[in-house]
Design a protein around this ligand. Sequence first.
Ligand code: CTP
Length: 131
Amino acid sequence: MKTGITFGTFDVFHYGHLRILERSRELCDRLVVGISSDELNFSKKGRMPYYSFDERSRIVGALKCVDEVFKEESLELKAEYIKRFKADVLVMGDDWKGKFDWVIPLTGCAVFYLPRTPAISTTAIVEKIRN
Ligand code: CTP
């Protein structure tokens, strides 16, 4: 039984989010998803998410390809989360390429960076609707 773990804000849930979660699940038997806390999102992106942590977690947790969700409080805690959930595989979008390779020697977890789905993001959707 292989456990996979991935992370993200998943605000204003869209097709690119669904695809990364489905592709992550193809690499494991059980998928755990760390959802950024509202504060972590603010520190990463300089704004609060449109949907609260509870709403974002409920949406992601309801998906067939997701087995468990938890709150990600800090980017630096990746190795602790990997150990806590006994993850064998860490999956990230390739916007993070190389950024989490440091967990490999600490945890023995394999790391995959999957290509982002082209031409869609929360930021682009919000901009489009706003204009
Ligand atoms: N993702 C993806 N393809 C996209 C958008 C996001 O594969 N078109 C992936 C990211 O690489 C990440 C996960 O989905 O692994 C969560 O990304 P998140 O930052 O929450 O979504 P974005 O749409 O990129 O948000 P923003 O525009 O606010 O940066």
